[in-house]
Design a protein around this ligand. Structure first.
Ligand code: IMP
Ligand code: MG
Length: 190
């Protein structure tokens, strides 16, 4: 079949592309290799935070070459459409125990760090053997809590972004790249 190069139209409201599809794929493969090296001889319990991390996690896991298990948590963070408050409610918990397991929290994006801070404290209380974090995107300028994030895909500037799992009011998750939302739309959403 001839190779087709498809131009994907940027939908209205979506602005500048921050991370291109090929950059995402390359970095995700790199992170997978890094994880495979670091967890060699062990088994990895990969925990995705619904819904945003699904796309990243599905791609990442296919580049991990140690035995691994997949599970999800869903949390809701109170706050406005574009800002979390740190008050987190668990909507769906893990299906299995993580006691004695090597757990990796897989997040789409760490913004203030409040959601992740809650998750880390909660999961640490369940006595995993190890607990690390892999975040596709981090916005260092927005951090309210200093958190160790062992694996980072990309550091991005302080813009509200969508695509590759990330949403604005549940839209745009299906974009294969990460793009910033137009300022005027972001203002309206917040
Ligand atoms: P935090 O608690 O402020 O670190 O926010 C974490 C959660 O807010 C992420 O897991 C996302 O679900 C969401 N979030 C933060 N920034 C963005 C963004 O720029 N685009 C889409 N979702 C975001
Ligand atoms: Mg999230």
């Amino acid at each position: 079949m001839p190779e087709q190069i498809q131009e994907i139209a940027v939908p209205p409201g979506v602005g500048e592309v921050m991370v291109e599809e090929h950059e995402l794929q390359r970095r995700v493969a790199e992170l997978g290799s890094e994880l495979s090296r670091d967890y060699e001889g062990r088994e990895l319990f990969m925990m995705g935070v619904l819904k945003g991390a699904v796309f990243f996690l599905a791609d990442l896991m296919r580049h991990v070459h140690v035995p691994c298990e997949l599970d999800f948590m869903a949390v809701s963070s109170y706050g406005s459409l574009t800002d979390s408050s740190g008050v987190v409610r668990i909507l769906k918990d893990l299906d299995s125990s993580i006691e004695g397991r090597d757990v990796l929290i897989v997040e789409d994006i760490v913004d203030s760090g409040l959601t992740l801070n809650y998750l880390q404290r909660n999961l640490r209380g369940r006595n995993p053997r190890s607990l690390e974090v892999c975040a596709l995107l981090v916005k260092p300028g927005r951090r309210k809590i200093d958190l160790p994030i062992r694996y980072v895909g990309f550091e991005i500037p302080n813009r509200y972004v969508v695509g590759y799992g990330l949403d604005l009011d549940q839209r745009y998750r299906n974009l294969p790249y990460v793009a910033a939302i137009d300022e005027h739309l972001q203002g309206r959403a917040a």
